[in-house]
Design a binder for this molecule. Structure first.
Ligand code: GLU
Ligand code: ZN
Length: 295
């Protein structure tokens, strides 16, 4: 197959505004793509309407623009991809690779998030049921460009996982794999909160005969209280009048050398400067940024 050299992407979930942590992830994926003369795609992961914050999609695009990011092509929305997800689920069901699960949250208490396989052979109907995919009792492993070797025994550390929820919504795990392949993504640069989802993605890629992208998981910022800066945490939007200083902080968080006192001008100029000097090898495995803006 004739694969292009580099196609990267940023795939925000519109459950809130971009925060400093997502800026760091966006910046890493952008610089890595542009430094490789690659494309950088933007995909809105809007598959969970109940968790979507009204106005978040527009605000995210606006922030990216203000901060000088330029994406290639149209924004892809996962809300427009339901037919593709459903077709895949139908195929997996017909092949016996997926099955309906009627377990309640309560029934799964104490399983530590590892599905014990209760409904595997129960033959439940699909109404009011989640759909799970069977996983093999195998280790999936890969070498992350920053985090190094990462391995997971899917049976023991994940169990059969949900690909369509009981409420009919499609699961991130399925949508992300299908869409990255559909968009020809060769390089995934994202937050390390998704590191332990990646072995499930490798399994789906193998099962579906899809190419395996390269992975780089950017270390997460933590709040002073040790909480991850993440989705459940409602942050204010990144200030539009602070783009250059916040980009400089984000660059430093990524281990890039940014001399003090230099005049970097507009965000787009700063990004151009940073693309020329990008060194992914300098990204730390763990972020320590005492004076980072954490919201
Ligand atoms: N939509 C996911 C998030 O906002 C990122 C998905 C990915 O990069 O694979 O955390
Ligand atoms: Zn079940």
């Amino acid at each position: 197959m004739n694969r292009p050299a580099y196609i990267g992407r940023f795939a925000p979930t519109p459950s809130g505004y971009l925060h400093f942590g997502s800026l760091v992830a966006a910046l890493a994926s952008y610089l890595d793509a542009r430094a490789a003369n690659g494309k950088w795609l933007l995909r809105m992961e809007d598959i969970d309407p109940p968790r979507e914050m009204p106005g978040a999609q527009a605000a995210i695009l606006q922030t990216l623009e203000t901060y000088g990011f330029e994406w290639d092509g149209e924004v892809v929305r996962q809300s427009e991809r339901h037919d593709a997800y459903q077709a895949l689920i139908d195929k997996l069901l017909s092949q016996g690779l997926a099955y309906a699960c009627t377990c309640s949250r309560k029934q799964l208490e104490g399983t530590n998030g590892i599905y014990p396989g209760t409904c595997r052979n129960a033959g439940h109907g699909f109404d009011n049921a989640a759909i799970r995919i069977r996983v093999p009792e195998l280790i999936y492993q890969f070498t992350d460009r920053v985090q190094g070797e990462f391995r997971q025994h899917l049976g023991r550390e994940s169990g059969d996982f949900i690909i369509r929820r009981r409420d009919g919504l499609y699961a991130y795990q399925l949508a992300v794999v299908l869409d990255d392949a559909w968009q020809g993504v060769t390089d995934i640069v994202r937050g390390a909160d998704l590191l332990d989802s990646t072995p499930r993605h490798l399994y789906l890629q193998e099962l579906l005969g899809l190419p395996q992208p390269r992975y780089l998981h950017v270390p997460l910022l933590t709040q002073p209280d040790g909480h991850k800066l993440g989705k459940s945490y409602r942050s204010p939007p990144l200030p539009s009048d602070q783009a250059t200083p916040l980009l400089i902080r984000a660059l430093r968080a990524l281990g890039q050398k940014v001399p003090d006192g230099a005049a970097y001008g507009q965000p787009a100029e700063l990004l151009k400067w940073a693309i020329e000097r990008w060194d992914a090898g300098r990204i730390p495995r763990v972020l320590s940024m005492p004076e980072a803006q954490l919201d």
